[in-house]
Design a protein around this ligand. Structure first.
Ligand code: BT5
Length: 263
């Protein structure tokens, strides 16, 4: 199974989508699949176009953090979407990738947890997947969105750098089974389209509702760190635009739209 490849033809065998993944660019090595997808989007590629890679030398998280991308072990995927949304409505699309990964992880028998805004963890708090939404927009309309997903599939402890060894995991580490990445990737893309369709047909507010339901955050005490401050309070759930609502001790409700949650 170590020799499995993510090639488009392999992934297509598992696709049931009409849009997402109908064109897949397979790369052995890239800087970042998000960057490649961004360039393809600027060049006018069709909606649903994806880039997958065996490794990334500059895989990125939020705030220029590094996404560790050992060769041939995991899924590094980016998908171009062109939703007819206003820039202010686009943030909840982060949740479609988290929900898609959540369902994919569940389907192999692992119980996942969602962590606001962009992580999928296992029940002991280890990160199995991170997602990164990048946007190009005019003042009044979205031009395109790149949805990036890093899902750890066959990565073992030896494949991990020190920085993440205590906080990351993979489908393999959780189940002691190796997985065919093309199969996992196909399921992920099918799920991505399922949630994208919900966002388009029922509105992004419905995506926020589904995310909140799966995450079970309502009523939980949370601390959210941003570069220069910490928000503390009891979660009142997620607003229709994706902001996390926190009730602080003095009774005010704060809308938080970025940051890291301490669990
Ligand atoms: C994320 O950022 O979690 C978003 C990760 C998105 C990665 C995908 S891969 C395909 C596409 N192309 C890209 O260049 N990016 C996307 P953030 O919430 O900021 O979390 C980053 C933190 O996660 C790091 O600082 C590490 O602590 C941890 N981390 C890095 N690599 C990891 C890995 N492979 N597994 C688990 N945790 C990791």
């Amino acid at each position: 199974m170590n020799s499995d490849r993510l090639r488009a033809g392999e992934i297509e065998r598992y696709l049931t989508t009409r849009l997402v993944g109908r064109q897949i660019f397979y790369r052995d090595s890239v800087g970042s699949t998000n960057e490649e997808a961004f360039d393809l989007a600027v060049g006018g590629c069709p909606e649903g176009t994806c880039v997958v890679a065996e490794t990334q030398s500059l895989g990125r998280g939020r705030l220029k953090r590094k996404w560790h991308s050992p060769y041939g072990k995991n899924i590094y995927l980016s998908c171009v979407l062109r939703p007819a949304l206003r820039p202010s409505e686009v943030y909840p699309l982060t949740f479609i990738s988290c929900l898609a990964a959540f369902d994919t992880v569940s389907s192999v028998g692992i119980e996942p947890r969602l962590k606001w805004p962009n992580d999928v963890l296992t029940s002991d708090g280890r990160k199995v997947c991170g997602t990164l939404l990048e946007i190009s927009a005019y003042p009044d309309v979205v031009r395109f969105v790149v949805v990036g997903v890093g899902l750890n599939v066959n990565m073992g402890l030896d494949d991990m750098e020190e920085e993440i060894r205590n906080r990351a995991t993979s489908l393999f580490l959780e189940t002691k089974k190796r997985f065919e990445r093309a199969h996992i990737c196909g399921m992920l893309l099918n799920n991505l389209e399922k949630y994208y369709d919900i966002a388009l047909n029922r509105g992004v507010g419905e995506i926020c509702r589904l995310w909140e339901e799966r995450a079970g955050v309502r009523g939980k005490y949370m601390e959210i760190t941003q570069a220069d401050r910490v928000y503390r309070g009891v979660s009142q759930g997620v607003a229709a635009d994706g902001a996390l609502l926190l009730l602080s001790e003095n009774g005010t409700i704060t809308r938080v739209i970025a940051g890291d949650v301490s669990l």
